[in-house]
Ligand binder design. Structure first.
Ligand code: ADP
Ligand code: MG
Length: 351
């Protein structure tokens, strides 16, 4: 059924690119700021976490606004240093080195995010699985390297979130098999965005957007009107496939165009289907929006893996979350809550 009127306002949007934001963003923010307001919107975008982190906020006091921006970027950097598998000194790298030998004590922050990841694995029946990295580690998208069939066959046996044991009482993590690895790439950006918005809210800021790669969280509205968040056309850089009016919500897009290379006409991209160990097929992009960016991040990756039918069925069971999926032929599909009143079927708008 209908969840809110604004959810039925989805419309096709021909807005071309927004030059202020990096082309690698999965979700383009369409900032149509009024001329009178522009002086007090403050923003910045910086390359971080292998993508771009951006912050836009409304502040009556530009000095305080700048400080708030810095605080969010510092927080993103702190989280990256905790959770990046590319940094040997990160806590996640230490876990991957040691947790198969013995249970190791980890920070409550990482414990909490790993716990949430495992919960989402249960919810998605393993479509979302942070142990995908036993296969994922063998990809280097910049160098166009991928694991051979034998490596995939061997390593995919280690993709199984049930091999990760968290023990609340001792605050420890343990991997039940040698070779298990975890990677929070499918949820950490949502966490950055969620933390960033928390910090801004604590400073009394009431209107803001924090974005990390394909994950955004909106604080308040665009001063009287909803933010219009554009979902990128997965096969046309800078083009917006559809725009969604949102306020006080999170939105995440997972796409097969973020990190990939092509070989013999096959696109090898960064979202791994745990059951096969290969890049998930059938979907070009999956967008999820709802109250919590950690959840929308993990669910957009999950819906991408699960495909149109299973993915949208799952979203249909979650009252606060909605989804827009663009399949491999470019057709667009919406979750039930986005269906307009009286309309049987608003999906499958052909491009
Ligand atoms: P991005 O914003 O980088 O596009 P996504 O939310 O689309 O991120 O998640 C993709 C990332 O999630 C990959 O780069 C990888 O780190 C991680 N990942 C890939 N496959 C899975 C999976 N099946 N379960 C959980 N995480 C995954
Ligand atoms: Mg995601």
């Amino acid at each position: 059924g209908m969840k809110s009127l604004s959810r039925s306002l989805l419309y096709r949007c021909n807005t071309k690119h927004n030059p202020g934001l990096g082309p690698r963003l999965a979700t383009l923010l369409v900032l149509a700021l009024s001329h009178t307001a522009i002086a007090e919107w403050i923003g910045d975008a910086r390359p971080m976490m292998g993508t771009e982190v951006s912050v836009y906020l409304w502040s009556d006091d530009p000095e305080a606004g700048r400080e708030a921006l810095e605080e969010v970027f510092n927080e993103a950097s702190r989280i990256d240093h905790l959770m990046s598998t590319y940094k040997d000194a990160s806590e996640i790298s230490k876990i991957n080195r040691e947790a198969a030998e013995r249970p190791i004590v980890i920070s409550s922050e990482l414990f909490g995010l790993i716990q949430r990841s495992l919960d989402i694995s249960v919810l998605t029946r393993g479509a979302f699985d942070i142990t995908y990295d036993s296969v994922g580690q063998h990809y280097d998208f910049r160098a166009q390297q991928r694991p051979d069939t034998a490596t995939v066959e061997a390593e995919r046996q280690l993709i199984n979130y049930r091999l990760v044991r968290l023990e609340q009482a001792s605050g420890t993590i343990f991997f039940e098999r040698e070779g298990v690895r975890i990677n929070l790439g499918g949820i950490a950006k949502g966490y950055v965005v969620e933390r960033g918005i928390d910090l801004l809210r604590q400073r009394g800021i009431e209107n803001a957007i924090v974005t990390a790669g394909g994950d955004s969280r909106l604080l308040g509205d665009r001063r009287g009107r909803p933010w219009m968040v554009g979902v990128r056309d997965p096969r046309a850089d800078h083009e917006v496939a559809i725009s969604v009016p949102l306020a006080d919500e999170a939105i995440s897009t997972s796409g097969d165009y973020e990190r990939y290379f092509e070989e013999d006409g096959i696109r090898y991209h960064h979202i791994i289907k745990p059951s096969t160990g290969a890049p998930a097929e059938g979907v070009h992009s999956a967008t999820v929006f709802g109250p919590d960016a950690v959840i929308t991040d993990a669910l957009s990756t999950s819906v991408f893996v699960m495909g149109v039918d299973r993915g949208l069925s799952l979203i249909g069971t979650l009252p606060d979350y909605e989804s827009i999926v663009i399949d491999a032929s470019g057709r667009m599909f919406y979750s039930d809550g986005l269906t307009q009143p009286g309309a049987q079927n608003v999906e499958s708008s052909e491009r």
